[in-house]
Design a protein around this ligand. Structure first.
Ligand code: A3P
Length: 293
């Protein structure tokens, strides 16, 4: 399996259900494929809005299913071992995988609702403080040549708050997935939880996955999945991708890996405006984010 060809469709946007997706990775056919995806009961699906800790969870799950053996994580790129269902290459990658597949998706719930409900696949929703997401997403736009130029941080923030960015509204994404959690085999976990206590989070994940591990396997996972260690792993830091697609001279994919970096970016006015919109958007949802906004 090759990486996506350099320069292919970098300036193309694919629009589906009112949401823009980068045409470098998505086609209308690949989005349709996702909507008709044949989940298996043994599948584990990572669901995230971009920049919520997707790659981190891909790495943790890879190591849980390898019982702490770091070899797969060090030798197989994440897009092959935990492919995004909606990316154009996923069908060809998945053809050789049988059971205990790790799958990834940034899609809103309604894209996957029908096929997911027909299976008992395990769904892990990773959430992150949206203020940190918008900062991370902004920096990612600067290095990812398949995303539009973000403009200033303030301009990007305005677009994020009204959902006019690639992958759509963060608010809609989390609200829609959460409102259907009882219909699914579902675990909600946050980036902040992983950051606060990775060992406890790994144990929580193992319980949900019904995949118990010996303490030394958990030790190996906790050691491998730190930011400092993962940022050197070529299989997940995207340095395998040509610089025409991800320009590492402009910044790193594994950028800071901290909680609260928004404080370095938001003005007081931006913070106030964000919190007002957050209250309006989230007040009718029964979502309790277990971290301060
Ligand atoms: P920052 O840009 O804030 O550093 P995703 O994988 O969903 O695209 O999210 C990427 C974000 O997760 C980046 O955030 C990246 O640094 C962070 N990340 C990835 N692995 C991490 C780890 N092991 N520990 C902490 N943060 C991690």
């Amino acid at each position: 399996m090759q990486v996506p060809p350099a320069m292919a469709n970098l300036n193309v946007t694919v629009r589906s259900s009112g949401i823009d997706f980068p045409g470098h990775l998505h086609t209308l056919q690949s989005l349709q494929y996702a909507q008709e995806f044949q989940f298996q009961d043994t599948d584990t699906v990572i669901i995230t809005y971009p920049k919520s800790g997707t790659t981190w969870m891909q790495e943790i799950l890879t190591l849980i299913y390898s019982d702490g053996d770091t070899l797969p994580a060090k030798t197989i790129p994440n897009w092959l071992r935990a492919p995004w269902i909606e990316h154009y290459y996923s069908e060809s990658v998945l053809v050789n995988k049988s059971d205990h597949r790790i799958l990834t998706s940034h899609l809103p719930y309604h894209f996957l609702a029908k096929p997911l409900k027909q299976s008992n696949a395990k769904v892990i929703y990773v959430a992150r403080n949206p203020k940190d997401i918008v900062v991370s997403f902004y920096h990612f736009h600067k290095i990812a040549n398949f995303l539009p130029e973000p403009g200033t941080f303030g301009e990007f923030l305005d677009k994020f708050l009204i959902g006019e960015v690639n992958f759509g509204s963060w608010f809609e994404h989390i609200k829609e997935w959460q409102s259907h959690r009882d219909e699914l085999n579902f675990l909600f976990i946050t980036y902040e939880e992983l950051k606060k206590d990775l060992r406890k989070s790994v144990t929580k994940l193992c319980n949900f996955l019904e995949h118990p591990l010996l303490p030394n396997a958990v030790d190996a996972i906790v050691r491998h999945c730190t930011f400092e260690n993962m940022k050197e792993n070529k299989m997940i830091n995207y340095t395998l991708i040509p610089k025409e697609i991800i320009n590492h001279e402009r910044g790193k994919f594994m950028r800071k890996g901290v909680v609260g970096d928004w404080k370095e970016h938001f003005t007081h006015e931006q913070k106030q405006a964000f919190e007002k919109i957050f209250q309006n958007e989230m007040s009718n949802s029964n979502i309790t984010l277990n971290y301060p906004l």
